[in-house]
Design a protein around this ligand. Structure first.
Ligand code: X8Z
Ligand code: ZN
Length: 687
């Protein structure tokens, strides 16, 4: 597995040639970078680019799919070659697009040219040798992540643990011990140590490509994809973060307090949450802390994981009964039966997600989706388990997801997320290939998550995953907490990853401070910390998929704001009355019609226009997040009374670095983002 990483890198950018969501890129690249002449009209150039995309996409996607689902030297070679062709072709298009800076173009042509010029998330140098080096590096980094394993002391071979097994140790926050979780967390972070030098070179090479394209660095290319001046984008993200920060700080404070109750002084580090205790390798989703954080035990059980596991066991029992009883089978036959049950369960969970979309009036997934998707982890080879959704062509016929589904709540919601990407592909396939993308990348990430917001206790009961929901204030708080542990906990994480990368790309974070800066940002935004200092021997950023995979990450932060705006708009369309958090728009045709109409626009117009058509407003705005979580925020403030909230996030001075916005802003934000220890909870609560 190598090459596909580079594809992904491109892929996941906004616009052009990028595969909108965690899949391979929309790609050009027919091996012929030529074509067109100085006299070629802008319209003709755009038509040629679209034609090339259409022609090359299936072959290119297949190479990337093989690279991700069948990791070996051969698939890697095929994929790497395809990737190199693609990067070369993309550079040629970018160069050719510069011929048409003038006026007098149709809006479609002008927008197509803009998307070509700003659409690369992995800008490649023109020099063929360095371009080759870059695509190999990208592939290698991706491969190292995908095949990453940790061998606990004294173990080797099959006893080494992959990301799924390590995650299970962390997720079992009730049954794993403090030390087991710490060992697993530290173990996973060994996989990225050898990535450090490669990543440093990767940064140099993409920066060279970015400069040749007329940008200051790769981070600036990324920030240029939002239909606003790149220099305004950071402030826009800061503005949104400022809206939700007080809510996050209350959740952080409450969680830290509970961890301290459970683990004593080992439950916090200078007011911050120990990195190995959130039930998640990156502290981005705290759902696995539910047993500890559940506000009212036994009120309206929301144990979805338990329900899914029981369903899976039910399938196994049924299969076993049909085979004459489990005990009558040989061990090998028992393993096969378990496997069958896993596959059947993964398919059922995916069908469940599909039924939400069809209930809104959207089409059924094509038969080929079921034939060609990878729903469970194969037993005979390495694959990239990180979930992704793939448009394999530009005509909307071959769409797939790639996941290693297990019967738990997080995986279930991830399926709804991935199908959001898939339905977006299906909705906009009538657009030209260049416009086959999200309005911006945060839109792509928000489609499925909006549906997840509609998974209220009522909805979960309607699909048989929980009992008839309790109706009480306690039940409301329980249900809000469940949502907050994934949605609110995520917000600062969604922001900090690219704060780190923007700094790396612009040089304000120099290679000798990669790890120090990573943990400073984790501390500042998330209020989490490792229990023991992590020196520069480590490269902890590389232990998160999107860094070696070069997937821009601010998209997820934006999505976590936008999805509440979409949700509110769809609830209005469905005629919902009452508090926002009670809205379930399942089976509402009008909500579905409006959603689909928005999705059909793809990237054909500035996102502000698309947002306006759905919500009536042209700005991203987190007030719907606050409206949604108002009851929980009030409850958290009460719970935190008497606790000393806030944390001290020391920021070591940056190494000698080119002065740049990132550092300055980081320092600014620090003042308000990480209140010093003494800030009492209720002082911050109403901010
Ligand atoms: O990477 C993903 C998706 C594919 S686009 C599974 N997500 C981010 C992550 O896992 O870090 C979804 C939420 C954030
Ligand atoms: Zn996604």
């Amino acid at each position: 597995m190598k090459a596909h990483r580079a594809l992904l890198a491109l892929a996941i950018s906004t616009g052009l040639l990028s595969l909108a969501a965690c899949g391979p890129a929309n790609r050009t690249g027919d091996g012929t970078t030529g074509g067109g002449t100085e006299n070629e009209s802008a319209d003709a150039f755009v038509a040629r680019a679209n034609e090339t995309l259409k022609k090359m996409t299936p072959e290119f996607s297949s190479a990337a799919w093989l690279g991700a689902t069948y990791i070996n030297d051969d698939s890697q070679r095929v994929e790497a070659a395809a990737n190199e062709r693609w990067l070369t072709q993309l550079n040629a298009f970018i160069e050719q697009a510069k011929r048409y800076d003038g006026n007098g173009l149709s809006p479609e042509t002008a927008r197509s040219l803009l998307l070509i010029k700003t659409g690369a998330s992995m800008p490649a140098p023109r020099d063929p040798a360095r371009l080759n080096e870059l695509s190999n590096l990208a592939s290698e980094l991706g491969g190292m992540y995908g095949a990453g394993k940790w061998c606990p002391p004294g173990k080797s071979g099959d006893d080494c643990m992959d990301i799924g097994e390590i995650s299970e140790v962390l997720a079992a926050t009730e049954s794993s011990s403090y030390d087991e979780m710490r060992a697993a967390w530290e173990g996973w972070h060994t996989i990225s140590i050898p990535m450090r030098e490669k990543y440093q070179r990767f940064v140099e090479l993409t920066n060279e490509g970015a400069r040749e394209m007329g940008f200051a660095n790769t981070g600036e290319v990324w920030r240029a994809g939002y239909d606003m001046p790149a220099e305004d984008f950071q402030a826009e993200a800061d503005r949104l973060w400022g809206q939700v920060q007080p809510l996050y700080e209350q959740l952080q404070c409450y969680t830290r307090g509970k961890l301290e109750e459970k683990y004593g002084e080992r439950g916090s580090v200078d007011g911050m949450i120990p990195a190995h205790l959130t039930g998640n390798l990156w502290q981005q989703d705290w759902s696995n802390l539910w047993p500890l954080l559940q506000p009212y035990e036994g009120v309206g059980s929301l144990d979805i994981t338990g329900a899914l596991q029981r369903q899976r066991d039910g399938i196994l029992n049924e299969l076993a009964a049909r085979a004459g009883g489990f005990m009558r089978l040989t061990p090998a036959q028992q393993v096969e039966l378990e496997r069958k049950a896993d596959i059947e369960m993964a398919t059922r969970m995916t069908r469940l997600a599909e039924s939400f979309y069809t209930g809104l009036g959207m089409p059924q997934l094509p038969e080929s989706f079921w034939e060609k998707s990878m729903l469970v982890q194969p037993r005979d080879r390495d694959v990239v388990c990180h979930a992704s959704a793939w448009p394999m062509d530009t005509v909307g016929e071959d769409v797939r997801i790639k996941m290693c589904i297990k019967p738990n709540e997080e995986e279930l919601t991830t399926i709804y997320h991935e199908l959001g990407h898939i339905y977006y592909y299906l909705a906009y396939h009538g657009q030209t290939p260049l416009f086959q993308n999200g309005a911006h990348d945060g839109f792509h990430e928000a489609i499925g998550d909006t549906i997840v917001l509609s998974m209220t206790p009522e909805y979960l009961a309607s699909i048989g995953l929980v009992d008839k929901p309790a109706v009480s204030q306690e039940a409301v708080i329980n249900s809000q907490m469940r949502m907050a542990l994934s949605k609110v906990a995520f917000l600062p994480f969604g922001l900090m990853i690219d704060r780190w990368r923007w700094g790396v790309f612009d040089g304000s974070i120099s290679p000798d401070r990669y790890n120090a800066a990573w943990w400073e940002l984790k501390a500042k935004y998330q209020g989490v910390a490792p229990v023991e200092a992590r020196g520069e021997d480590f490269f902890d950023a590389g232990a998160k998929y999107h860094v070696p995979g070069n997937t821009p990450y601010t998209r997820y932060f934006l999505s976590h704001v936008l999805q509440f705006q979409f949700y509110k708009a769809l609830c209005d369309a469905a005629g919902h009355q009452g508090p926002l958090y009670t809205c379930n728009f399942a089976d509402n045709a009008e909500a579905g019609r409006r959603y689909w109409a928005m999705m059909q626009r793809g990237a054909s117009q500035p996102w502000q226009q698309t947002l306006k058509e759905l919500t009536g407003g042209e700005q991203m705005d987190a007030s719907a997040v606050l409206e949604y979580f108002a009851p929980l925020q009030e409850w958290l403030v009460q719970q935190n009374q008497g606790r000393t909230c806030g944390w001290a996030a020391a920021e070591a001075p940056a190494a000698a670095a080119p002065a740049d916005a990132v550092d300055a802003d980081a320092a600014d934000a620090d003042a308000d983002a990480a209140p010093a220890d003494a800030a009492p909870a209720d002082d911050e609560a109403d901010a």
